[in-house]
Ligand binder design. Structure first.
Ligand SMILES: N[C@@H](CCC(=O)N[C@@H](CS)C(=O)NCC(=O)O)C(=O)O
Length: 199
């Protein structure tokens, strides 16, 4: 196989972080967006689910595992075990912000609580964590997968029309968001990205 291949629906959901990481790392990959999981693909899926990733050394399911594999393989996870672990915790935290959207969106009371409590709580923590590391990136001295993942979380809240980042309230996070969006490879990817998906 000449190119890594990433399988997911034509949506962002559990797949977009992997696409962003591969793009950030400068990896040319096949972005396969399926309508349905057909029998041939399903037969290859360890848990019957996508996302699914393959390259010349692995076939891998589970979004978190794919994210860690890609980030470590392409050396964008951090420079040492401590940074990698702290970055991984930050990456995990994005699902604590994004997943409740799907769980609360049809219940006005819960959705309000999600918007007014859950989202600000994590944005505040991210702002603090960034400042603790000097303000430019979450771990180490250069951008890592953690920065890209948090960029995705903020971007996805915006895409879902749930929340638009308040730059005055979270200035450090806003600056990081801008920095990530201006990384040349990401800028090109973001400008050409499909906007027709529902999730
Ligand atoms: N824990 C898994 C969950 C994956 C998952 O829920 N995949 C969904 C799409 S987002 C899926 O494949 N649904 C189709 C099916 O189960 O048939 C991960 O993070 O990758």
């Amino acid at each position: 196989m000449s190119q890594p291949t990433f399988y997911y629906f034509n949506g962002r959901g559990k797949g977009e972080v992997v696409r962003l990481l591969l793009t950030f790392a400068g990896v040319s990959f096949k972005d396969v967006r399926v309508e349905n999981i057909d029998d041939a693909l399903r037969a290859r899926l360890p848990f019957g689910q996508i996302p699914f990733f393959e390259d010349n050394e692995i076939e891998l399911a589970q979004s978190g595992s794919i994210i860690r594999y890609v980030a470590q393989k392409y050396k964008i996870a951090g420079d040492n075990n401590v940074d990698i672990a702290h970055g991984d915790a930050i990456i995990e935290s994005i699902w604590d912000v994004l997943t409740p959207y799907w769980q609360t969106k049809d219940n006005e009371e819960k959705f309000n609580k999600y918007k007014t409590e859950t989202i600000p709580k994590f944005l505040t923590r991210w702002e603090e964590l960034l400042l603790k590391n000097g303000g430019k990136q979450f771990v180490g001295k250069s951008l890592t997968s953690a920065d890209i993942a948090v960029f995705h979380a903020i971007d996805h809240l915006n895409f879902l029309k749930v929340y638009q980042l308040e730059t005055t309230k979270y200035p450090t996070l806003s600056a990081l968001y801008t920095t990530v969006s201006e990384v040349p490879a990401l800028k090109t990817y973001l400008a050409a990205r499909a906007t027709d998906s529902k999730f």
